[in-house]
Design a protein around this ligand. Structure first.
Ligand code: PEP
Ligand code: MG
Length: 581
């Protein structure tokens, strides 16, 4: 029998199932005391929750890193949120017990987050549910579920992998993780990848279909869980597991730069981050700098936009972590698929084509200038920050931004605050207009970075988040490849560097084309860095150019991918070796 889910952390785990079912948290029989008594009980539990959670975060920071610890810190902050607490107190005043009030208010928040389009915001629903369950357990005096003594070779089967579960987990005893909830970007997935454990998430019905002690194969690369496998299946997966582990071992040698092709051509290999805390993990994976800092995440999960000072601290932290290495900070890319509730952007008929990203910033100069001043100030620390503008469609937007930058510099000088006087300004090429007019934009921009995630959606007119048209979304479509080639040519002719920071930059099949087109820099998710460096070392630029000449004659995405797959299979420059570590 096979259960399918999302392959959220690569690798193959074989072991025996241990099913961890959610604790029964029945509280309807708990009588409500006076409102004062109930509020005191809640406050005492909240103090304990915050203290326990902060201690867990500290433990997780040492074991796994900042990003994982921040998830727990977010929960500790959530229980102290005055708005949430007032709502719970109000429910208690209405006659509820502490448990009932907490359950009702958390339930409302979870439903609110569940209904949001943005995957990051939906993830907060899982955080609220975890908080609710742990607070209820504290109020009811139940022990915390203990996962510290799992037998070696355990396949952990749970409803969700929460950060608090991870604290106890001994990675050496766990062969793999299967959860019913979650997806590729959920916190459970982030934690599983940080632990280096194969994981299949979103495997609906797993807790019902799997029994404790049953042998299970978990294929975290393909999102498959095989229950009670046959001897032939076991032998096949043991072989695949050994192959995967050899590939992962080989990649360790590529955790350090520089990045060079087989003939010695240098490519700069940078990482994409969404918070300054991720910079350290990027360095650890061997990134040579930050190629895309998605600053909109600083604006999410809060009621007001971050102040200049708050933003300055975030950008300064990334600049400090990278020291002399480059840090490309992208200005606020709000709208479209990136919901930023604190901006209260008006609903639009076609948000992907609406007032978003650079358009929104230019329409709200006070908000934009706050960010620009913070970036200019952080640039004074090491001179390593570069500015990048999202969703540009023409040179006027760059000129307008440069004018605002000049105003910001004058304001900072008047205030006696240090700033970078000549920060470079780059443009993301992610619209058909930008690709078509790359020669014109190259006169205004100091560098280009190709955002294939959006470029693909706009060139092919396919919503990047719509599963119904997902088959049409393909960066290997000849039209997208032509846009990339044209952009690279314009950059070369103008003598400015050109990079790529969309997901396609990490695809080993795209690499020979990017080398052939002469891209100078690639920015990928941190765990993909070693694999891309390894893949680059397989290529001579002359071979990549010969292959690109053939590929650019193909007239469908399928034909392009077929050609590239064949060549990569023969060269051994993709597949397992390119799987993220
Ligand atoms: C892109 O569009 O390729 C890109 C890197 O930006 P984002 O995914 O944040 O829109
Ligand atoms: Mg984009």
């Amino acid at each position: 029998m096979m259960i399918r889910g999302v392959g959220a952390s690569a690798g193959i785990g074989i072991g025996r199932a241990v099913c961890v079912r959610p604790q029964a948290l029945a509280f309807s029989q708990v009588p409500a005391g006076t409102p004062r008594q109930e509020k005191d009980r809640l406050a005492a539990a909240a103090v304990r929750f915050a203290a326990d959670t902060s201690a867990m975060a500290a433990g997780l920071r040492t074991r796994l890193g900042n990003q994982e610890a921040e998830i727990l810190e977010g929960q500790a902050a959530m229980i102290e949120d005055p708005v949430l607490r007032r709502q719970i107190d109000d429910a208690i005043d209405g006659g509820s017990s502490a448990e009932g009030a907490l359950d009702a208010v958390c339930g409302q928040y979870a439903a609110l987050f569940d209904a949001m389009d943005d995957a990051m915001m939906r993830q907060r629903a899982a955080d609220v549910r975890d908080l609710r369950a742990r607070m209820l357990a504290l109020l009811l005096g139940l022990p915390r579920q203990d996962l510290s003594a799992l037998p070696p070779g355990t396949v952990l089967v749970a409803y969700d992998l929460t950060p608090s579960m991870t604290v106890d987990l001994r990675a050496d005893c766990v062969a793999a993780i299967v959860t019913e909830a979650g997806g590729f970007t959920s916190h459970g997935a982030i934690l599983a990848r940080a632990l280096g454990l194969p994981a299949v998430l979103g495997a609906a019905g797993a807790l019902e279909q799997l029994a404790d002690g049953q042998t299970v194969i978990v294929d975290g690369s393909r999102g498959q869980v095989i229950c009670a496998p046959t001897p032939a299946q076991l032998a096949r997966y043991q072989g695949l597991q050994a192959q995967f582990l050899r590939g992962r071992q080989a990649l360790k040698a590529y955790r350090r730069g520089p990045t060079r092709t087989a003939d010695g051509t240098a490519v700069q290999l940078l990482a994409n981050i969404a918070s300054p805390g991720e910079a350290a993990a990027a360095l650890d994976c061997g990134a040579e700098g930050i190629g895309l800092f998605r600053t909109e995440f600083l604006f999410m999960g809060r009621q007001t936009p971050p102040t200049e000072e708050e933003q300055y601290r975030a950008y300064a932290q990334a600049a400090e972590a990278m020291a002399a290495r480059p840090v490309i900070i992208r200005t606020l890319d709000a709208g479209g698929d990136k919901t930023v509730p604190c901006l209260a952007m008006p609903a639009e008929e076609n948000p992907f084509l609406g007032c978003r990203a650079i358009r929104y910033c230019l329409a709200h100069p006070a908000l934009f200038k706050t960010q620009l001043r913070a970036i200019l100030r952080a640039g004074a620390l090491h001179g390593n920050i570069r500015l990048m503008l999202p969703l540009v469609t023409g040179p006027a937007q760059v000129r307008r931004t440069r004018a605002l930058l000049a105003e910001c510099r004058a304001e900072l000088a008047a205030a006696g605050l240090p700033f970078d006087p000549d920060m470079t300004v780059g443009v993301m090429i992610e619209t058909p207009a930008a690709a078509m007019d790359a020669d014109l934009l190259a006169r205004e921009a100091d560098f280009f970075s190709i955002g294939t995630n959006d470029l693909t959606q706009y060139i092919l007119a396919v919503d990047r988040g719509n599963a119904a048209v997902a088959e049409l979304y393909n960066p290997f479509h000849p039209a997208v490849l032509r846009a990339i080639r044209r952009t690279a040519r314009s950059a070369r002719e103008a003598g400015i560097p050109v990079g790529m920071c969309g997901e396609a930059a990490a695809d080993p099949r795209m690499l020979p084309l990017l080398l052939a087109f002469g891209l100078d820099e690639l920015s990928v998710s941190a765990p993909s860095v070693p694999a891309v460096r390894a893949a680059a070392a397989h290529w001579h630029v002359a071979d990549a150019r010969a292959l690109a000449d053939r590929v650019m004659e193909a007239d469908t995405a399928d034909a392009v991918q077929g050609l590239l797959d064949d060549v990569l299979a023969r060269k051994g420059a993709g597949g397992e070796q390119a799987a993220p570590v």
